[in-house]
Design a protein around this ligand. Sequence first.
Ligand code: ADP
Ligand code: MG
Length: 349
Amino acid sequence: MKMRRKILLPLLAAGVLLSGCSRQEQEAAVYDESSIAMGTVVTERVYTQGEDPTADVLGTLSQIEREYLSWREEDSAVGKINLRAGKGRISADGQTIGYLLDPLKLAKKSGGAFDPTMGKLTRLWDVEAEDPKIPSQEEISRLLEESGYEKIHLGAEEDRGWVELEEGASIDLGAVGKGIGCDEAVAFLKKDPQVKGAVIAVGGSVLTLGAKPDGTPWKVAIRDPRGGQEELLGVLELEGERYVSTSGDYEKYFIQDGKRYHHILDPATGYPADAGLISVTVLGENGALSDGLSTACFVLGLEKGAELLKEYGAEGIFVDKDKKVYVTEGIREKFSLEASGYVVFPFPS
Ligand code: ADP
Ligand code: MG
């Protein structure tokens, strides 16, 4: 008798779950969209019982880029702050202050490995130019002198604030922009209770939200840092609301005399970061943090990067030049390695 009840209960539970699934499957439609926003490819898959939200998500991303984050737009919040460098305080709305606070905190916590003032150096290197060149040490030193996160000063008052940039400094949120995009996409989708699940990739920053109608986990692919566009290092299986950002030396780079010059700069030297890692994936509590941490850890390298992740309670997958793949305990079971030539190791503790 006792045994029968034990068997029956799980079956009942499974029955409820299954009928719940099929009902959702009938009602939730799937919408797929792939387009360009925030200077990168945005891929969306949304399951919803309501209208297709994918165009509005794209619109939100473009608006945030244009009105707040872009250093190219003189009229964006960041553009206006940069124009005022060396000329005193400029007032800023709560949203702008919100976008700046966490990156500044990360800059301090990472000892400056993450630095939201690397824009001028990034443009000097211009690794995506048709005929890229290694800049002179003199130019690098001059721009390094002008940059530095400690040259950004800000004050927050209720829902407004002010920002002051020292002469020569300029803000570049390139390393957190796509993560901020993920945060904004989630905020938008959460407003609609008919949205049941979504997976959205803004370049190398991916968010998962809710669930698929069939109840199987989301699959987030991580690129093989030494493979072609379509080749995978492995797959992460995730459930619910998660943020996954990857930074690597394979995204934007040029090779000269056998050496790779890529787009993630070490603020200590002004040269492309060279701490032994080739790809860093981070799962943090929101998109901006995951994106910022992936850049910071890339610059810091395995040991110091691991310490920073721990401080933030984040998970990660670090790949070094020897094709060793270090995976944090919390996601070890969720990650399956697919590329050959790589070996998984436990994360340094
Ligand atoms: P991606 O933009 O390709 O996703 P990242 O998130 O790692 O890559 O950000 C790299 C961008 O951030 C660079 O293109 C540059 O604009 C800026 N950047 C470069 N080095 C740093 C750094 N050490 N800290 C903060 N931002 C950086
Ligand atoms: Mg980043």
